[in-house]
Design a protein around this ligand. Structure first.
Ligand code: URA
Length: 215
């Protein structure tokens, strides 16, 4: 049921020309994972690799996310990953709050209404601002539960791209913060959906599932 509803939404998404971001992208990038997943990870928006492959969080940030998920016994095929913004912004510009709001209300909110996740993990500031509010700050508010406007339980953590820019002590500290945030998310999702299997036997190889959209 959720699978069919999401497939219909994906068809609509692929026709979207509602904003100028579509002009610089190959095509919109939707979501990946299990529609029945009780946990959803929300990133910012596709970068170049995601635009090339049509899969969210498949590039360097996604690979780091996959390692982090593996450390808390989750794999990408069993959870669901998506973004606030669906089309790669020109020059990978960070979307502003109005841009994120426009796209998020058009698509992400509809995805979440279908999926009805027990837990959402917001990856970084753009997802936190959309799912929480514009006054929230990732440095101050990560690791704390809040309700989204749709009534879902949400926790924010650092975006993997932020970790990729850190080194030394700052990197170690931030990695532990992310680990603890993911553990908190895992604990909550297990309490809410104890029978759901959050991992497969091996991490998901996204590059074996997706091909470049433009050769
Ligand atoms: N790729 C994505 O799909 N989302 C991000 O937030 C960053 C890179």
């Amino acid at each position: 049921m959720k699978k069919e509803k999401l497939a219909k939404l994906a068809d609509e998404l692929h026709k979207c020309t509602a904003c100028t971001f579509r002009e610089s992208a190959i095509a919109p990038v939707g979501w990946f994972g299990n529609p029945e997943s009780p946990i959803v990870f929300v990133g910012e928006g596709p970068g170049g690799v995601e635009d090339d492959y049509g899969c969210p969080l498949i590039g360097p940030s996604g690979q780091l996310l996959d390692k982090a998920l593996w450390s808390v016994k989750m794999t990408r095929n069993r959870v669901l990953t998506t973004n606030v913004i669906k089309c790669r912004p020109r020059n990978n510009k960070t979307p502003n709050i109005a841009e994120a709001d426009f796209c998020g209300k058009l698509w992400l909110e509809k995805e979440l209404a279908i999926i009805q996740p027990k837990v959402i993990v917001a990856l970084g500031g753009v997802a936190l601002h959309f799912l929480g509010n514009a006054d929230m700050r990732i440095t101050k508010d990560r690791g704390q539960w809040f309700k989204t406007s749709q009534g879902f339980d949400c926790i924010a953590t650092f975006h993997p791209a932020y970790l990729l820019r850190l080194s030394g002590h700052d990197l170690v500290t931030a990695k532990w913060d992310v680990f603890h945030d993911l553990e908190a998310a895992r604990e909550k999702v297990i309490a809410a959906a104890p029978d759901y299997q959050l991992s497969s036997e091996a991490p998901t190889n996204l590059f074996s599932l997706f091909e470049k959209r433009k050769k």
